[in-house]
Design a protein. Structure first.
Length: 212
C-alpha cells in the first residue's frame, strides 16, 4: 500500500539553494544582552580596550541564585544606597574596575578586574590584568591565566603585527555596554526590595536599617 502524502507544496530543490556567499551577508548591528560579555577575554581571543573613557570602579555584591550558585551583582545607586546595602550584607562586597573591550571577532564585553590590594604582598593577578588592559588600549593583546605563577600571561604582538589586525571601533556607549553585560544582574534602589537573590540572602525579607 503506497504511503499517503499530505497535500503540501512540492519544493523545487533548486530554489532552496542560497546563491550568495554566506560570508558576504550583512552582519547584524543590534547589540543584545547575549552578545555582550561580562567576563575577561577568553585565552584564545585578541582584544582591545577603550582609551577614550575613564574606567569606573563598580561595587559588586556576591549573592546566591535560585540554584544556590554564587553570582556577582553590580550595585547601581547613590553613595547612601551603597552604604545602606553594606549594612544589610556586611562582608559580601568587592570593587572591580569595569574595563570595556572588544575581541577580534567583534564581540563587546566588560572585564571586571578586581581592585583588591594586600598590604603584605603584591596581587599579581590584579597588576597583570591592569597591565594587559592598558596595553590593549594601543595594541591587540591576549591573556591566559597562569595558575602556577599566580598571574596572567600577556601576549603582545608588537606594533607592526597589531596594525595588521586592523583598528577597532567601539560603537556601543560605555554605559550601554555595562548595562548589556550585567543584564538582570544590576541591583538598584528601585528593585532591591524585591530582588530575589538579595531577599534570599536576607532570610526571606529585607530588614531595613537607617540610611545615613
Amino acid at each position: 500500500m503506497p504511503n499517503e502524502i499530505e497535500d503540501v507544496l512540492d519544493l523545487d530543490l533548486n530554489k532552496i539553494a542560497a546563491y550568495d556567499n554566506p560570508d558576504e551577508l550583512p552582519a547584524s548591528k543590534k547589540a543584545t544582552a547575549s552578545s555582550v560579555k561580562s567576563e575577561k577575554p577568553n585565552k584564545v581571543e585578541w582584544f582591545r580596550t577603550r582609551k577614550d573613557v575613564q574606567f569606573l570602579p563598580g561595587l559588586f555584591v556576591e549573592l546566591a541564585d535560585a540554584d544556590g550558585l554564587k553570582e556577582q551583582y553590580l550595585v547601581y545607586g547613590t553613595k547612601d544606597f551603597q552604604e545602606h546595602l553594606k549594612k544589610l550584607l556586611p562582608g559580601s562586597f568587592n570593587t572591580r574596575l569595569l574595563v570595556p573591550y572588544k575581541n577580534n571577532i567583534g564581540q563587546n564585553g566588560i572585564w571586571p578586574i578586581s581592585t583588591y590590594k594586600s598590604e603584605r604582598y603584591a596581587n599579581k593577578w590584579t597588576t597583570s590584568a591592569l597591565e594587559a588592559s592598558e596595553l590593549a588600549k594601543d595594541r591587540w593583546t591576549r591573556i591566559a591565566a597562569n595558575m602556577a605563577a599566580g598571574h596572567y600571561t600577556i601576549w603582545d604582538p608588537g606594533t607592526d603585527l597589531s596594525k595588521k589586525f586592523g583598528e577597532v571601533e567601539f560603537e556601543i556607549p560605555y554605559s550601554k555596554t555595562i548595562t548589556l553585560a550585567f543584564h538582570r544582574r544590576i541591583l538598584t534602589e528601585e528593585n532591591y526590595k524585591t530582588f530575589d537573590p538579595l531577599v534570599r540572602a536576607c532570610g526571606g525579607g529585607i530588614i531595613e536599617t537607617a540610611t545615613e
